[in-house]
Design a protein around this ligand. Structure first.
Ligand code: SAH
Length: 394
């Protein structure tokens, strides 16, 4: 049977020559054949020249996602296996081996919409595109044989699947048993619940930044906002923090955080947990005259896309303004954004505005980025979502 083909409008092949993996519906001139949900299409210039093999998403504005740039390499189980093997080998070369890490990072690993995180011997798979869903069985097979992991849990329960015309799904794909697992990050142990936790259970993308915070915490009074299960809080304790106040709105996350403290044997009287809205809590801390020597602000994604940037900018400015006011002179502020719609330049501008309004000045000591197991592909700059600044108040 002839494979369905997507013909681009004249001039729209330019992005493809830069190997950007997305084809928006507006770039398409015509579709020949009847591609299925997630089925393969050949992408062609208006005159019919081959450009790539892609998976078809009939309901999404991102109508096609490229899985192969080579005509002789169609999308099939062997190709999926090859890509999974390359992704696993890359993490191995990073020295991550069996450590908790991201094994597959979607477009950056040429597997659009496929996320796979490893926690010990347990893999968590998240499929967010129709093409990823179409190759689900092949992905599970490949992941199992390339890693030797026999337990694979699916967390395809994210809203973006609805845009793709897919149902939300969660449960065991291979193996069974407890969905909670203990991981070790540089000697600090964390409980991860892959079924109920946020994302796939843990914010692996902040691993290297947590390690850096650990080196800065010695003797400091620390405030960790949006602490989730205590990632930065425990890293700071491991680094010798004097005490840590951690705030999050999720009672469930804070429960796990407390378990993490006990598991690591840290002094519970030095670690305080507050279930609260950070926007409110920062003002209350200020009213109470509190001051800190190291503050971490790692909020959720306020701006998933550029369209949300303006509203999000106000939220970022607000927390940074109050964060800076709570910082002692000489204190450190680690401020992050995981919003695709906020660039590092924009974050810096927002924080500079916050500093000016707070009537404080600061130096930039570092710029943070995502850990390298979440690679940023040159041809897919959208993948660069996490950024941050380390500031020292003057
Ligand atoms: N720094 C964490 C990850 C933070 S994720 C780590 O290293 O593991 C963002 C967190 O912000 C989530 O735990 C979420 O529950 C929390 N959150 C979202 N909105 C909030 C708000 N307005 N106030 C307090 N916490 C909030």
């Amino acid at each position: 049977m002839k494979q369905p083909s997507v013909y681009l409008k004249a001039g729209k092949e330019k992005a493809m020559s830069r190997r950007h993996p997305w084809i928006f519906s507006g770039a398409i001139d015509r579709v020949e054949g009847q591609p299925e949900l997630g089925g393969s299409v050949s992408v062609r210039t208006q005159s019919g020249q081959f450009l790539a093999w892609a998976a078809y998403s009939p309901q999404s504005k991102i109508r096609c996602r490229v899985w192969s740039w080579t005509e002789s390499r169609r999308i099939d189980a062997a190709h999926v296996r090859e890509l999974v093997r390359a992704a696993v080998a890359y993490r191995h070369d990073l020295g991550l081996g069996a450590q908790a890490c991201r094994l597959v990072h979607g477009e950056a690993d040429a597997l659009p919409g496929v996320i796979c995180d490893r926690y010990g011997d347990l893999l968590v798979l998240q499929l967010t595109s129709a093409g990823a869903e179409r190759w689900r069985d092949a992905l599970v097979e490949a992941l199992q044989s390339e890693t030797g992991c026999t337990r694979i849990y699916e967390r395809s329960d994210v809203d973006v699947r609805e845009i793709e015309g897919l149902e939300l799904r969660r449960g065991w794909l291979r193996g069974d048993g407890a969905t909670e697992i203990e991981i070790d990050e540089g000697g600090v142990r964390y409980w991860v619940d892959v079924a109920r936790g946020q994302k796939t259970g843990f914010y692996l993308d902040q691993r290297d930044n947590r390690a850096l915070i650990r080196t800065l915490a010695q003797g400091r009074e620390v405030l960790n906002c949006f602490c989730y299960t205590g990632g930065f809080s425990l890293a700071a304790m491991a680094g010798g923090a004097k005490n840590v106040l951690s705030i999050d709105s999720s009672a469930e996350a804070l429960n796990t955080a407390r378990q993490n403290v006990a598991m690591n044997g840290y002094d519970e009287t030095l670690m305080h947990w507050q279930e609260a809205d950070v926007f409110q809590a920062l003002r209350e801390l200020r009213n109470a005259g509190r001051q800190f020597e190291l503050i971490v602000l790692d909020p959720p994604k306020f701006a998933p896309t550029i369209a949300h940037a303006e509203k999000a900018a106000r939220a970022y400015k607000d927390i940074n303004l109050w964060g800076l006011k709570l910082l002692r002179p000489g204190g450190l502020l680690a401020t992050f954004s995981c919003s695709g719609g906020i660039s590092l330049e924009l974050l810096q501008k927002i924080v500079a505005g916050a500093a000016s309004d707070a009537e404080v000045d600061a130096r930039i000591l570092e710029r943070f980025q995502v850990a390298p197991d979440h690679p940023i592909r040159m041809s897919f700059p959208e993948g660069e979502y996490l950024k941050g600044l380390l500031l020292k108040r003057i």
